[in-house]
Ligand binder design. Sequence first.
Ligand code: SAM
Length: 274
Amino acid sequence: MSGKLYIIATPIGNLEDITLRALRILKEVDLIAAEDTRQTLKLLNHFEITKPLISYHRHNEEVKSNLLIDKLINGENIALVSDAGTPGICDPGEEVIKKAIEENIEVIPIPGACALINALIASGLDTKEFEFLGFLPLNKKLRKEKLREIQNSSKTIILYEAPHKMKTTLEDFKDILGDRKVVLARELTKIHEEFIRGDINYLLNKIDNIKGEMILIIEGAEKSQNREENELNSLSLEQHYEYYEKQGLDKKEIIKKIAKDRNVNKNEIYMKFI
Ligand code: SAM
């Protein structure tokens, strides 16, 4: 009979955030597949668990998932853990989980810490509908597309970001979010846990030399505003221009507004109307 694959969430800072069930299963399995074996060893030592470890990370996911599947087929029970939080969420895991399902191996999630959920619930922003986008793409074109998606989304948006990139990311949002509320959640469950709540300009003033692990949560665009923007963006440039002209705005103001609606540089619009 095949073994079982347990996907175990581990703490994102505070070691007390491991569940009793997670500890029991870590003790019971035959093998633990870990993103970084040294990191997981610290956790196991803390809880006095001794267990064989195998590394399973982004760069060996393909090869190691085949090895893990063989072991599972041979009846071994395996726990999959990442460095922190829930495996598979911006962490390795997907590959072996998909293969296990294909092989009819039982996949069992063991719930626990997940940074995005904890950032969201304490953010004070709408939790009814939200969208987790992971890390923003580095590729300029894809990034621009994502920013546009965020600008138009009526859902609360959750992003992971590295500390040294947070300033650039906030700068990218500066012109497109207006006075929408944003929350930066930092060092969750750790000594320096902090929530900075305000608008983009407020956050930008607060984050010089900011350190630690962090998450950005963005309030969704008002549904009506969102609808209006979508309608405007489906117009031709000329119709878009006329729309604002009818409101009595002058050329300079119109170009600025069109550029903002379409999230493009105002010079680009200006060139079309000279
Ligand atoms: N699998 C993890 C989870 O369940 O959330 C996420 C791993 S991802 C590689 C690491 C990112 O998660 C960090 O860059 C940060 O954005 C976020 N993160 C992880 N731990 C955090 C913490 N204690 N406080 C704030 N953000 C955290």
